[in-house]
Structure formats: C-alpha cells, structure tokens
Design a protein around this ligand. Structure first.
Ligand SMILES: [Zn+2]
Length: 224
C-alpha cells in the first residue's frame, strides 16, 4: 500500500523522506549538500550518506546528519497532524542546534570526570552506536549525542539534539539510547551494538529488569 507524503503529496518512502521530496530538496539546497551520484531515491539513509560523502569528501557529515535528523522529525510531526515548518526554518534550526551542541562539546566543563574511555570497533559487518546525554547546566536543558560507526571506525551517521523539555540525568541517558536506536534503524543497518555512558540504562536494555521507574517508559520503547 502506498503512503502519501504529507509535505508534497508524492509517494512516501525512506528515500523520499530524506531526499526525493521537493520540500526536503529545498532544505538540502540551502545546506549546500549535493549527491550527484544519486539518480533515484536512496533505499535507506546509509546509501544517501555514502553518496554525499563521495560527492564531497570534505563535507561536514555532522551537519548533514543533523539536517537529516531535523527533516526526519519534521516529517514525523507532519505525519502526526502537526503543521510542517518551512524549509528555511528547518535549515536554520538544524544549524543553530549543531553550533550550540558543538560549542558545548568543545567547552572544558563538558567533559565529565569519567575514566578514560577507549572506543573499540564492532565485529566485521556490524555497526556500533554510541549514545550519550549531556547537561546544559546554565539553561537547565539536556542534549543528546549519537554517533554510528562501522567496523573500521568510520562515521556512518551522527546527530546532536537538545531536548525541549527537562529530564533527569538518568532519563536523558535513556532517551539518548532510545533516539540512538531509532536513528540507527532509520539509517539502515540492523546489526547494531549500542554503547552508552550509563551502565544502568545499558543493563536495563540488555536484561529483562524493568529498571528504575523514571526510565521505564523510554526503555520499554527500545525493547519492543
Ligand atoms: Zn514529499
């Protein structure tokens, strides 16, 4: 059964949502992202990502991924009956979030006093999704970072996002894991290892322990 795109009336597919849609194309044009190798709609987001990387190897992949993330959110909102933002609003909002998140991640106080962490690649053919939640103390907001890498350590996708509502530290980490899994799923790969900075959240996802009450709703969404 064909599903109609809420933004242009075309046939909605993954490729349409991220690339083929006229509305989406306008946002990519503003972001100056091109993928000339792409003649038809990509079958998944990973194909699109490869085409973008091949077209412009020095292109800012984090910016592209953040734009894609905003497009996806906007598409979801439209699907659920909310009004779509304009292409310019999406472009500007994605840039704003990216700059804010990068600024925060580069500031010295962003680094928590954790033991040094050594990233290890996943087994051949697998992907590893690293998620973390960060706190913007000054403004009482929380941010989420997701990076997906292949077995060679190459970045396949990344996104950063601030949450528009307040959450506790643990809920933020659970939410980060949820978003990381949904994003990985949208990207295409199915062989995913999830790695997060909260051992509690990771244990709850891996086991059948329902976990602390405040993160149960997020984790239930991940498991099923
Ligand atoms: Zn469309």
């Amino acid at each position: 059964m064909e599903v109609e795109c809420d933004l242009c009336g075309g046939v909605e597919t993954v490729g349409h949502t991220f690339w083929g849609c006229d509305f989406v194309a306008a946002v990519w044009q503003m972001a100056n992202v091109k993928a000339p190798g792409l003649m038809t709609n990509p079958s998944n987001f990973l194909d699109l990502f490869w085409c973008i990387m091949e077209a412009k190897p020095d292109q800012d992949l984090e910016a592209s991924a953040t734009t894609a993330w905003f497009l996806w959110n906007n598409g979801n909102a439209a699907r659920h009956g909310e009004s779509s933002r304009t292409a310019l609003q999406i472009f500007k909002a994605s840039r704003l979030y990216l700059v804010e998140f990068q600024t925060h991640c580069n500031s010295p106080q962003a680094h928590q006093p954790h033991a040094p962490y050594l990233w290890r690649p996943p087994p051949p053919g697998w992907y590893k999704t690293n998620v973390n939640g960060v706190v913007f103390k000054e403004r009482g907001q929380y941010g989420i970072g997701v990076v997906i890498r292949n077995d060679k350590g190459q970045i396949m996708g990344a996104l950063s996002k601030t949450l528009p509502y307040p959450l506790g530290a643990l809920e933020t980490k659970a939410k980060a894991a949820e978003i990381g899994i949904i994003f990985s799923w949208e990207l295409g790969p199915r062989e995913i290892i999830l790695e997060g900075d909260s051992q509690i959240v990771m244990n709850v996802i891996a086991n059948h322990d329902p976990g602390p009450i405040q993160i149960q709703q997020f984790v239930a969404g991940i498991k099923y």
